[in-house]
Structures are given as structure tokens and as C-alpha cells.
Design a binder for this molecule. Structure first.
Ligand SMILES: C[S@@+](CC[C@H](N)C(=O)[O-])C[C@H]1O[C@@H](n2cnc3c(N)ncnc32)[C@H](O)[C@@H]1O
Length: 289
């Protein structure tokens, strides 16, 4: 993780209390903080930074579905972007939907060149985080990738370092983001809502952390129309992956306070551009008067 992330990080139990880096942290020549501890001044909880990754969950946090368990395995983390991810959306949508179409859609709409904080939530190997960081150019700000699987984060960090990208990686739950309210200029979540556990809790955290003029790009899978697709989704459902009809996805995003600005559907793959609700924007305007 990088010092640029420090001003954005808060305690997962006290969402608006900034974490303090304790003395004695070790950094490398590029400034990456490799080892150390962060402390919450509100509750006194201490969190470890090891091998450059801040761990807000500790050893007792366990996956709560078979799918989440699979994502905790080192072999899954190794193979995710090497084997599955480049082909995933083409296979799932039934039409050519490789990175060349997907990444410009994500990055073009979340617009990292605006600067500020960008979060890739449930990032796996950090595909979106890297695309954002490449596109941020010289704009001031930082990109943070968050996932609850340490092997996924280690692989994400290795991919980012190999490209010379300064991205901070943090182990946390999407339902308790360690980020101050209203601070993210951009949020992205790729394919994770389907397996995240408490999806409403995660959506409400996206809403809480999104800045009033922020943008959220969500890629997810909806319920299949065809019998074969439904049967496959039924099997995946046993492992903890859920597929809502599009109308229900949209209803839940709206209930979380995320306003739908645009949507693109390719088979079961849906991209949604979301912004903070008018109510939230008004609340921010009132509190900053
Ligand atoms: C489908 S993959 C994400 C793919 C990635 N966003 C991409 O576009 O390549 C799902 C990821 O969500 C993570 N995850 C699942 N539930 C989570 C939760 N509650 N909090 C944080 N991460 C979670 C898993 O560890 C896994 O890495």
C-alpha cells in the first residue's frame, strides 16, 4: 500500500474515523509501505500491514459460501486472470465481449482523469483497478483495490507492480468498506455482487462512500432467460452465487440510494452506471454550507 491511501482509510467498525499509521512502519525505496500497523483512535483496534497489504479482517474472517471459499484458494487467485477472466464475459454473454470492449466502457464512464479516489470493490486480481490507474494519467488521486481474499490481493499487487502502477490493496469486506463517507470519485465492482453475500449491505456501502458527484460502474450477471442458462445458474446458486432478474437488481440499487443513469445488457451480462441519489447530493450540499 502507498502513503497516498492513508488519508482515505477509516476503521471498518467506525466508518468515519481515520486510521492512524503507527510509528515504526517500513517502506521500500518507492515509498510503498510494506510492514506496519494501523490503529483506530475510536476503538483502539489495530490492523496489520504485511507484505504491502493492509489486513482489516485478520485470521478469523472466514468465507461464508462455497464460492467464496474457492476464491480464498491460492490456485484460484493464480488462475483467475490467467485462465478465466479474459474469456469470461464472451462465454457468459454469448457474444464477443473481451477486454477491448469491456475496459473502455468501464474506464470511459468512471472517468479517472477527473482525479480523486477510485475504488475497485471485491477486486479479485484488480483488473478494473489497473485499468483505472492507467487511465488516471497525471490527475491527483489514488486507486485502492479491496477484496476479502488475501491470495486474490497478493496476485493483484503482483500484477500492478509488474506494470509499475501505484495501487493500494486492502483486505476488507464490501459490507464494511474502510473508506470515509462521500469520498470516492469513482467506484467499480465487476461481477462480484452475485457472490458477495449480503448484497444490500454492499450496495449501501457503495452508496455511503460515493462522493456527491461520484460515479459507480457495476458489471454483474442477471437471471438467464433460457432454460439451459437457468439450469446452470441453479447449480451455481447452490455454491452461493445469486442471479436476480434485471428489474430486481435495479430495484435494489435504487433502494440503496444509487440512481441508474445508463445501462447496457449483453445476454446475462449487465453494465450499470450509477450516481448518488438526489437526496444524498442535497444532504451533502446542506452539510457543506
Ligand atoms: C467475480 S470475482 C471479481 C472479479 C473482478 N472484479 C473482475 O472484474 O475481474 C469476485 C470477488 O469478490 C470477492 N468477494 C466476494 N465476497 C466479498 C465480500 N463480501 N467482500 C469483499 N470481497 C468479496 C471474492 O474474493 C472475489 O475475488
Amino acid at each position: 500500500m502507498y502513503p497516498e491511501s492513508l488519508k482515505f482509510l477509516t476503521c471498518p467498525r467506525h466508518a468515519d474515523t481515520p486510521l492512524a499509521l503507527e510509528r515504526g512502519a517500513r517502506a521500500d525505496v518507492g515509498g510503498a509501505i510494506l510492514r506496519g500497523r494501523m490503529r483506530c483512535p475510536a476503538c483502539g483496534a489495530r490492523y496489520v500491514i504485511r507484505d504491502g497489504i493492509l489486513d482489516l479482517l485478520g485470521p478469523l474472517a472466514l468465507p461464508n459460501s462455497p464460492t467464496q471459499l474457492v476464491n480464498y484458494l491460492a490456485v484460484t487467485a493464480w488462475g483467475y486472470e490467467r485462465l478465466w477472466r479474459p474469456r469470461a464475459l464472451t462465454l457468459l454473454s454469448g457474444e464477443p465481449l473481451g477486454y477491448k470492449r469491456e475496459l473502455p466502457l468501464i474506464v470511459g464512464l468512471v472517468a479517472p482523469e477527473r482525479g480523486g479516489l477510485f475504488l475497485d470493490v471485491a477486486c479479485s486480481n484488480g483488473l478494473y483497478a489497473r485499468a483505472i490507474e492507467r487511465a488516471r494519467g497525471g490527475a491527483v488521486g489514488h486507486t485502492i483495490g479491496i477484496d476479502h481474499s488475501m491470495p486474490m490481493l497478493r496476485q493483484a499487487q503482483a500484477f500492478a507492480r509488474a506494470e509499475g502502477l501505484r495501487i493500494s490493496y486492502v483486505r476488507a469486506k464490501a459490507q464494511a468498506l474502510p473508506i470515509a463517507s462521500g469520498s470516492a470519485a469513482g467506484l467499480v465492482m465487476g461481477g462480484s455482487l452475485n457472490e458477495i453475500g449480503d448484497a444490500d449491505g454492499a450496495l449501501s456501502e457503495l452508496h455511503r462512500t460515493l462522493a456527491p458527484a461520484g460515479r459507480c460502474m457495476m458489471m454483474g450477471l442477471v437471471r438467464a432467460e433460457r432454460k439451459a442458462g437457468r439450469a446452470l445458474q441453479g447449480v451455481l446458486g447452490v455454491g452461493g452465487v445469486g442471479f436476480w432478474p434485471l428489474a430486481e437488481l435495479n430495484r435494489r440499487m435504487a433502494e440503496a440510494g444509487l440512481r441508474l443513469r445508463a445501462q447496457w445488457q449483453y445476454g446475462v451480462v449487465v453494465f450499470s452506471l450509477l450516481v448518488a441519489s438526489g437526496d444524498q447530493q442535497a444532504a451533502y450540499r446542506a452539510s457543506s454550507r
